[in-house]
Design a binder for this molecule. Structure first.
Ligand SMILES: Cc1c2[nH]c(c1CCC(=O)O)Cc1[nH]c(c(CCC(=O)O)c1C)Cc1[nH]c(c(CCC(=O)O)c1C)Cc1[nH]c(c(C)c1CCC(=O)O)C2
Length: 366
């Protein structure tokens, strides 16, 4: 099977290329599947490995990141690996202090409050110096994967990172960050532009280190409306894809990019025309309408409600079958609509993966 757009070198070493083929809209024998947060606390071996260690210390250890990335692949036949890291390593690289507080989540002791605070950020970030530990983790993991499946790199999108940097942690309203959009639009654009510049360099560094696909997480798209999304999210998402692709083209590389704007259904048409090969979907979008609205221009990824994993295995299998029928088996990557939760049963994750493989093979034979 030939996959246009894939480098020969990559092909030669890759034993399972279904994920990359699906990104490019090529036919595959089965629908590839992976899960957001597939390395996580739902796995007892993850909890054991992480016990007593600081979260961001773990992120700074290439050997630990490699081990945590590989853990889920030892249990389940996922068709892709995603490097263990976090989106908040970028604010850290720009000079902000970020801690992971047990039971609370990520916390910034000194969040950005007013536009003057932008002066406290590192104006020019040397990604090799500040984020070289992520690149080392990627290279080590590529070696350890030995071509089993491709390795996905990732980043947070500018608006999502800006929201964390101003909120200082998780939030339901994001009112502090949205206050900036309405009260300080110029400073907001300045910050979004600073983040975009770092993100582009960061993603290029990940590819140079061995990442074979890239996902951009706009996890906080949902708190923007269509108008604010058009102004403060979409232009930067487009810029990132265009700049990364232009640079990669110069060196003859082609790395598929995925954009996941959680709860950003109002932006689906625009996202499908933003230079990304794949649009990731949360579970609030119906598969058939997502196909119609994106007009076959992109591959789609998603979107089973993570909570469906609480259902009995037979029910999971039925839900997966419907999802596959809705999306079709071509140009489709099965995933959840968001990350796995810590209280989920690994057995049901296995049932999800198996259902995707089995049902998609059957559908392809029809
Ligand atoms: C918003 C966001 C963050 N981090 C990330 C996002 C975007 C995706 C999304 O929308 O969920 C991205 C992320 N974070 C992590 C990954 C690893 C790769 C994977 O398996 O998907 C990825 C892709 C590891 C992690 N990142 C985190 C964990 C769990 C904490 C731990 O291991 O101790 C993992 C496995 C911590 C984290 N980091 C963040 C949050 C909100 C949390 C949860 C805090 C909590 O529940 O206590 C910020």
């Amino acid at each position: 099977k030939y996959c246009p757009g894939l480098g020969l070198v990559h092909k030669a070493f890759l034993k399972n290329d279904t994920f990359l083929c699906a990104c490019h809209g090529q036919e595959t024998n089965h629908v590839p599947v992976w899960c957001m947060r597939q390395a996580g606390r739902y796995l007892p071996e993850f909890r054991e490995f992480r016990a007593g260690k600081d979260f961001f210390e773990t992120c700074r250890s290439p050997a630990a990141c490699c081990e945590l990335t590989l853990q889920p692949l030892r249990r389940f036949p996922f068709d892709a690996a995603i490097i263990f890291s976090d989106i908040l390593v970028i604010p850290q690289a720009m000079g902000m202090d970020v801690q992971m507080v047990a039971g609370k989540g990520p916390t910034f002791p000194e969040p950005l409050k007013e536009p003057e605070d932008l002066l406290l950020l590192q104006p020019k970030v040397d990604v090799n110096k500040e984020l070289g530990y992520v690149f080392k983790a990627i290279t080590l993991t590529r070696h350890k994967l030995d071509g089993k499946v491709p390795l996905i790199g990732f980043t947070g999108a500018p608006w999502t990172l800006m929201a964390y940097m101003i909120e200082g942690g998780g939030s339901t309203t994001h009112s502090k960050a949205k206050r900036w959009l309405y009260r300080h639009p110029e400073a907001s654009h300045k910050l979004l532009k600073m983040l975009t510049d770092v993100i582009v360099e960061y993603l290029l560094g990940q590819v140079a280190a061995g990442a074979q696909a890239l996902q951009v997480f706009e996890s906080h798209a949902g708190c923007l409306g269509p108008v604010e999304f058009q102004e403060f999210s979409l232009p930067y998402l487009r810029d990132i894809a265009r700049k990364v692709k232009d640079q990669l083209k110069e060196s003859g590389q082609d790395v598929p990019m995925i954009v996941f704007a959680k709860d950003g259904h109002y932006g689906l048409e625009d996202l499908s025309q933003s230079h990304y090969e794949v649009v990731g979907l949360d579970w609030t979008i119906d598969p058939r309408s997502a196909r119609e609205r994106t007009g076959g221009k992109v591959s789609l990824q998603g979107n089973m409600d993570p909570c469906a994993l609480y259902a009995p295995k037979e029910r999971i299998s039925e839900i997966v079958k419907k999802m596959l029928e809705g999306f079709g088996t071509r140009g489709y990557i099965a995933n959840l609509g968001h990350g796995l939760y810590p209280d989920m049963d690994p057995e049901n994750v296995g049932a999800f993966v198996e259902a995707v493989h089995t049902h998609s093979r059957h559908l392809n034979l029809k």
